[in-house]
Design a protein around this ligand. Structure first.
Ligand code: SF4
Ligand code: SF4
Length: 90
């Protein structure tokens, strides 16, 4: 299991979730952030920190955003160059 970031993050990207993740598994993509499905320990700390409610446990992702589950997993496939988003303004 993992947590998934959905559509509301696009254009928001305030990194509130990054600041509270104990294992630094949230990475910054071009237009939104992504959670590494294997590094996430399902602690749930990020979920209440998101000001736009973009984060859900994988099994609870709303139907209209199911595509973001695939998008999240695909981001980490094929050696995509990842930019770690650690802390605000970093
Ligand atoms: S659930 Fe916990 S480990 Fe997973 S991304 Fe959120 S804060 Fe990080
Ligand atoms: S807290 Fe929410 S909106 Fe902000 S970067 Fe994280 S997922 Fe995106």
């Amino acid at each position: 299991m993992t947590y998934i970031i959905c559509e509301p993050c696009i254009g928001t990207m305030d990194r509130g979730c990054v600041d509270v993740c104990p294992v630094d598994c949230i990475y910054e993509g071009e237009d939104m952030l992504y959670i590494h499905p294997e590094e996430c320990i399902d602690c749930g700390a990020c979920e209440p920190e998101c000001p736009v409610n973009a984060i859900y446990p994988e099994e609870d992702v709303p139907d209209e955003w199911k595509e973001f589950i695939k998008k999240n997993y695909e981001y980490f496939e094929g050696g995509v160059e990842r930019q770690v988003a650690r802390g605000k303004g970093g």
